[in-house]
Ligand binder design. Structure first.
Ligand code: IMP
Length: 420
């Protein structure tokens, strides 16, 4: 498949990193098309744990990696990642940054943090990495792009214009310290010197790779239900997380995409606020969290845990045009006797639907209708799944009418069962 998109099919943290890592072996180019350091892929390889923030997972295989125009980049975090890889003896020379990607500036971080504090109970529960404010400035046409960092005069001018407004917000609205121009400009000039070798025309690079018959993996960050247009707004991130976002985020046409892999956990997690119909009540939630190590990579927050929701997953299949599914972390469910799977929602008027409600109030009030399958009561360690685990996977496949091509059976890089 020349261009394959990999998307999270739930609320993020589906274990995409591991599937990307697997498919990256057979790819020539691995690209991130959206988001910033609010994403966090954890990959366990050779006994070492890698927590990737900006970096596409292909870096671990020495593949050429692209961070596309649809991303927002925090230079400080990106440089830390570079340093970490170099310390561990991994080359970063093959990483390419789009000059069109927007920069997360110091004020974006300050505003994200202050605004969440100010919202109190009404907060989104963001990762506080400046994501929303950076994308807002992009849309407002006040943003600073990576290419701006390389012209000190333009950079200073842009920072000055932005600071006039941002400092007024920070001081008057949020009551926090203003940001000092000279210090900030000097810091971003230092960042520019370090970033310069990584900049490239990444849209052209991906196009040429595809023309030359190379295999390109387009890696989405977060998850479908966090998509700015189609997710559970306002409890979403600020970018296009769905497969369509790969085209705008990289700068290629939709006709170039040949397959879409949806990554879904065998259960569901969500961090931050917002409705979550299948959130588990009682001690099983804690049990899933502990067994699955469900704590945020970026924030360390406890993830909310729920049973598998096929209504939401059907929606993800539709929005992304998913052609195959990777069902991850099935091993986490191994010790449960009974496994509820949500097959429909009951709405406020008592009607049942297996399609994701279009109106947010219906989704807020939706009650899950479960079908309960039996557990398998044994660890997953071979090349074959126990019969009850197979039934669980077949059930998902049958309900969604999409093939489950990979099943995650453990944390390590090798613990993925390839089906069919
Ligand atoms: P932001 O992306 O930091 O603005 O956060 C907006 C919402 O998206 C919050 O509920 C975050 O917890 C959630 N979010 C952002 N990135 C991820 C992710 O990679 N995994 C899971 N949730 C995420």
């Amino acid at each position: 498949m020349p261009a394959t998109v990999i998307v999270g099919a739930q609320w993020g943290d589906e274990g995409k990193g591991k599937i990307v890592d697997l498919l990256a072996q057979e790819s020539d180019l691995v690209c991130r098309y959206n988001g910033g350091p609010n994403a966090g892929h954890t990959i366990v390889a050779g006994g070492e744990t890698y927590k990737l923030r900006h970096m596409p997972s292909g870096i671990l295989w020495g593949k050429e990696c692209v961070i596309g125009a649809g991303c927002v980049v925090d230079p400080g975090v990106f440089i830390e990642e570079l340093d970490d890889f170099e310390r561990r003896g991994l080359s970063t020379k093959q990483v390419r940054l789009s000059g069109e990607a927007h920069v997360i500036m110091a004020w974006h971080l300050a505003i994200d943090q202050a605004s969440e504090r100010r919202l109190g109970k009404l907060q989104i529960g963001t990762t506080r990495r400046g994501i929303g404010p950076a994308y807002a400035d992009k849309a407002y046409r006040l943003g600073i792009r990576l290419q701006d960092l390389f012209d000190p005069k333009i950079l200073r001018q842009k920072i000055e214009v932005a600071l006039t407004e941002k400092n007024a917000w920070l001081e008057r609205l949020y009551g926090v310290e203003p940001i000092e121009l000279e210090e900030l400009a000097a810091q971003y000039e230092r960042y520019a010197r370090r970033l310069r070798p990584y900049l490239a025309d990444t849209s052209l690079l991906v196009d040429q790779a595809l023309r030359n018959g190379k295999r390109v993996l387009l890696e989405g960050a977060h998850g479908t239900l966090l998509d700015i247009d189609h997710g559970t707004y306002p409890f979403v991130t600020s970018s296009s997380t769905i497969a369509g976002g790969a085209c705008t985020g990289i700068g290629i046409g939709p006709t170039r995409i040949s397959a879409v892999v949806g990554v879904a956990k065998a259960y569901v997690t969500r961090v931050g606020e917002g409705p979550f119909p299948t959130e588990i009540e009682g001690p099983d939630q804690e049990r899933v969290r502990e067994l699955g190590g469900e704590f945020g990579t970026v924030t360390g927050r406890e993830r909310r845990c729920g049973w598998l929701d096929l209504v939401a997953l059907r929606y993800a299949v539709r929005l992304n045009g998913i052609t195959s599914i990777a069902l991850t972390k099935l091993d986490v469910l191994s010790s449960f006797d009974r496994l509820p799977i949500c097959i429909a929602y009951e709405l406020r008027d008592g009607t049942k639907t297996d399609e994701f409600p279009e109106h947010q109030s219906d989704f807020h009030a939706a009650r899950p209708v479960y079908e309960t399958l039996g557990g398998w009561g044994t660890e997953l360690d071979g090349d074959d799944l126990p019969a009850a685990a197979r039934r669980y996977v077949d059930f998902v496949e049958h309900q969604l009418d999409v093939e489950v091509s990979w099943v995650g059976t453990g944390a390590d890089r090798e613990q993925v069962l390839v089906r069919g």
